[in-house]
Design a protein around this ligand. Structure first.
Ligand code: FAD
Length: 259
């Protein structure tokens, strides 16, 4: 495997830092190639602005169109181009981050905003009255697999089907489906550690063993069976899921998962 780890935690000695380090050593130890984008260490610029598009920035700024023109011209900033190149190099992408306010840390969202540009991650393929591009199962990053490795302070029960925080699959849906599956990446079931703020040193060996086990079975883990956009599950042009395809009683985000 060629694995890119995108890591978002400000403290190298944190639990997240330890999980990132363990992923690097475990995967390299198993003979895989690993590259790391440690966003805080890189001092990643997390905001989109006109400087991102140089002479391709219009006035007023049109983020989507300008980013697409800069992408087509090979004129995106070197930091963004380097991340796009890493994504194209990788066959596996691991995102390591703590759940902050029910979402990814801002620096990681800013990585997505700047790296997943128009013409690279969206605006790909035919857009017409009958086709809404190549996305959700197709796209520039098709053929790659991603895994979210997330730490949460709250206990597992708060993220269960009836838990007060909402089901973890729902919370992660905008990342797993909206960000990763959109440009074609298959998404493996997430590795989520709960109750992390109450962990003690006694928990460390079990946590490390569980993470190592997930890492060493990445190649044989089945992805979440999200429904591809252009292969018959959706009405054209509304892109509503066709009646009757959902398993009995299935509602909400789960509609977009087969089986
Ligand atoms: P650390 O603080 O570095 O460590 C936590 C514990 O992990 C330590 O006490 C230690 O026992 C253990 N640990 C440390 N190193 C290791 C190691 N090498 N191996 C094994 N264990 C180790 N939580 C939610 O559930 N939902 C939210 O919406 C949410 N929002 C937040 C928003 C903000 C701004 C912040 C700061 C926190 C929020 N939290 C939330 C809590 C947050 O998710 C946790 O604090 C975080 O996941 C813990 O990860 P860490 O790497 O920062 O842990």
């Amino acid at each position: 495997m060629k694995t890119l780890i995108v890591h978002a935690h400000p403290e190298p000695k944190s639990l997240n830092g330890a999980l990132k380090d363990l992923a690097v050593s475990t995967l390299r130890g198993a003979g895989h190639e690993v590259r790391v984008s440690d966003l805080y260490a890189m001092k990643w610029k997390a905001v989109v602005d006109a400087a991102d598009y140089g002479p391709h920035a219009s006035s007023p700024l049109k983020v989507a169109a300008d980013s697409g023109r800069a992408f087509d011209a090979g004129a995106l900033t070197p930091d963004v181009r380097a991340e796009q190149d890493k994504l194209l190099w990788a066959d596996t992408i691991i995102f390591q981050f703590p759940l902050w306010w029910y979402a990814m840390p801002a620096i990681l969202k800013g990585w997505v905003d700047r790296v997943f540009t128009y013409r690279f991650a969206y605006g790909v393929g035919e857009h017409s009255d009958t086709k809404y591009g190549e996305r959700f199962g197709e796209g520039t990053l098709a053929g790659r697999r991603a895994l979210l490795s997330v730490t949460a302070g709250g206990p597992r029960s708060h993220y269960a089907a009836r838990g007060i925080n909402g089901p973890v699959d729902d919370l992660l849906f905008p990342i797993q489906h909206g960000i990763l599956y959109y440009p074609g990446i298959e998404v493996l079931p997430p590795f989520v550690l709960y109750g992390t703020d109450r962990m003690t040193a006694a928990d460390h060996p079990g946590v490390a063993a569980a993470w190592r086990q997930r890492l060493l079975t990445l190649e044989t883990t089945e992805p979440i069976p999200f429904r591809p956009q252009n292969f018959g599950d959706y009405e054209i042009p509304s892109l509503h899921l066709k009646e009757g395809l959902e398993p009995a009683g299935r509602t909400g985000f789960g509609l977009h998962v087969r089986g």
